[in-house]
Ligand binder design. Structure first.
Ligand code: FAD
Length: 293
């Protein structure tokens, strides 16, 4: 079943995000993590897509392995970064041949060391163009049940200077054929409900799945804020810093993530997408606290 079909069943989904391993040791950690996560019966697992060619090949490998094992459907992240339109088409076609039907269409982050995002001279500029291209390529191959997700940004939405542009952009992704959205990380239920309410008022009807990140060290909390631009609440940092050992820190981080997730489900969220950092412990601790499985 595709994610679009799962979401139309209106039963909250459980899903995880993994990133492509960069070393052989990281590869075996990922294998072990995947085996553990599969036991929680997730609806799908998403695999991020990096800016460098080597990690892209690894992403494709992880997606293809999941697709061919027929255990958990993979959600393949795809970006517009540093690839011509023809190269993107080639990647899409390879995935379609493997039976991958779920894609997360993103513009992508700039490669490391590059401050601003620059489109490839023969490439795509915005995520909504990638949604259109995915639909076109699938159609050319006689596939009409593709399921396409896009990014949404609750923490940015509550900043008045971003609100209208963010809604317009999300609307353009829906108009291009997006079936659902997954949010960037955030820590305030009100940010999510405000985005969803305003989106509905603008005619944006696609389900918006919140992303939740259980933070297990203060260092990771600082790093997450740096990467996403979303400040980690001082209360979470304080609890992580006060923890005497790793187990206490993990319990504190999971408790914060569980409170947020339960509040989101109560507010009608169509599922919870858990960031794992390729480790199963915190993600699985979190899942045991949720009314999902
Ligand atoms: P877009 O929707 O294209 O927006 C990019 C910028 O262009 C925004 O500032 C937007 O306001 C502006 N814009 C869009 N359309 C228009 C228009 N028509 N006219 C003028 N301006 C416009 N990055 C990766 O590299 N790999 C990943 O695997 C990855 N996974 C992610 C998963 C999730 C759930 C999320 C939330 C983000 C992920 N990202 C990933 C990061 C994402 O690529 C960046 O946040 C990126 O900066 C924005 O991507 P987007 O798809 O929202 O782009």
């Amino acid at each position: 079943m595709t994610i679009r079909e799962l979401l139309s069943a209106r039963k909250p989904t459980l899903s995880y995000e993994l990133f492509p391993p960069r070393t052989p040791a990281a590869e075996s950690t990922l294998e072990a993590t995947m085996r553990m996560l599969v036991d929680t019966d997730p609806d799908f697992i998403s695999i991020t897509y990096g800016a460098a060619g080597a990690t892209r090949d690894t992403s494709r490998g992880v997606v293809q392995k999941l697709a061919s094992s027929h255990t958990i459907p993979p959600l393949a992240h795809l970006t517009c970064v540093d690839q011509s339109r023809d190269e993107v088409i080639q990647v899409i076609e390879e995935y379609l041949e493997e039976g991958v039907l779920d894609f997360l269409a993103l513009r992508g982050d700039p490669p490391a060391g590059q401050a601003d995002w620059q489109p490839h001279p023969d490439g795509l500029r915005y995520a909504h163009e990638l949604v259109t291209l995915l639909r076109q390529v699938a159609h050319a191959h006689g596939i009409d049940n593709l399921s396409i997700g896009v990014a949404a940004f609750p923490a940015q939405h509550v900043l008045p200077q971003w609100r209208d542009q963010g809604l317009q952009v999300l609307r353009s992704k829906q108009d291009a054929g997006a079936d659902f959205a997954i949010t960037q990380v955030f820590y305030d239920i009100g940010h999510y409900t405000s985005l969803v309410e305003d989106a509905r008022a603008e005619g944006i009807t696609i389900p918006i799945i919140p992303e939740v990140m259980p933070l297990v060290t203060a260092q990771r909390a600082h790093r997450a804020a740096q990467i996403t631009g979303v400040a980690t609440p001082a209360e979470i940092i304080a609890d992580l810093e006060a923890a005497e050992d790793n187990a206490t820190a993990r319990a504190a981080g999971v408790a914060h993530a569980a409170r947020l997730s339960c509040g989101l489900l109560d507010a009608g969220a169509p599922g919870i997408h858990v960031i794992t950092f390729n480790k199963h412990e915190a993600a699985m601790d979190l899942v045991t606290e949720l009314p999902l499985r």
